[in-house]
Design a protein around this ligand. Structure first.
Ligand code: GDP
Length: 235
């Protein structure tokens, strides 16, 4: 198994709140309901890696999950399984980034979030991959276009201090396809959604990004996404 263990580490609201940059990390970004938790659970073979971002009020944190830490036996006995351990050779972080689209959040707070996101994408040296999740049935929203614009502006700029890859993930690609197996079900995305996606990507300077079709139901795309996760797990 590629994933032996996962546990929640911390929720960060600014760069100082991020854990020590001692291992690779991958970030998942997407609006709520896009299928982020389902995808991460599929990738890590979990029933439910408790995504704290589901908790109202915690939606604007960057939630860090440690994958493949060595369990700290003493703490494990005292607190149960999901506790912090120490770094192992293939440890990495999964970071759950909040999506946009919380209309009820005050402008000031949205700006703070946006600034943190900019700083994170530029300065987090151990960031290896940014996965941007978009629903395969609907294609990119205006918020998605904004995220692309952010990434497109920062990637390759002089300020950027990491070599992170940017990958578009189309989620729920099994929808309207009956068979629940990724072999029989190669996934589906309409030409109009794909055209819209490519146009939005080009318009926001991320036309180069790979697009991966996934489904948490049929496990479509798992191996391909794991190719990128390995970039974080291996030095
Ligand atoms: P999140 O808010 O982005 O974490 O989204 P969730 O993972 O909670 O998924 C939102 C809804 O979409 C849930 O009802 C899931 O069952 C459903 N869903 C998520 N992924 C898939 C998928 O790959 N295929 C299908 N058919 N439904 C999915």
């Amino acid at each position: 198994a590629l994933v032996r263990r996962t546990c929640f580490v911390t929720g960060a609201v600014d760069m100082n709140g991020c854990p020590e940059a001692d291992r690779g990390e991958v970030a998942f970004i997407g609006r709520s309901n896009v299928g982020k938790s389902s995808l991460v659970n599929m990738l890590t073979n979990r029933k439910s890696l408790a995504f704290i971002s589901k908790t109202p009020g915690k939606t604007q944190q960057f939630n860090y999950f440690a994958v493949n830490d060595k369990p700290d036996l003493e703490r494990q006995i005292r607190y149960g399984d999901e506790v912090l351990g120490s770094k192992d050779r293939d440890s990495f972080y999964i970071v759950d980034l909040p999506g946009f689209g919380f209309a009820k959040v005050p402008q000031k707070q949205r700006q703070e979030w946006s600034d943190f996101m900019d700083e994170y994408l530029q300065k987090r040296e151990t960031l290896r991959v940014i996965f941007h999740l978009i629903d395969a049935r609907h294609g990119p929203t205006e918020e998605d276009a904004k995220i692309m614009h952010k990434v497109g502006t920062i990637m390759g700029s002089k300020e950027q201090r990491n070599n992170a890859k940017y990958i578009i993930i189309l989620t729920k690609a099994d929808k309207n396809v009956k068979s629940a197996s990724s072999e029989k079900n190669p996934g589906k995305v309409s030409k109009s959604v794909l055209d819209k996606l490519m146009n939005t990507m080009k318009a926001n300077h991320v036309g180069y990004a790979p697009i991966v079709l996934t489904s948490a139901e049929t496990r479509l795309g798992r191996d391909e996404v794991w190719k990128y996760l390995r970039l974080a797990a291996e030095k």
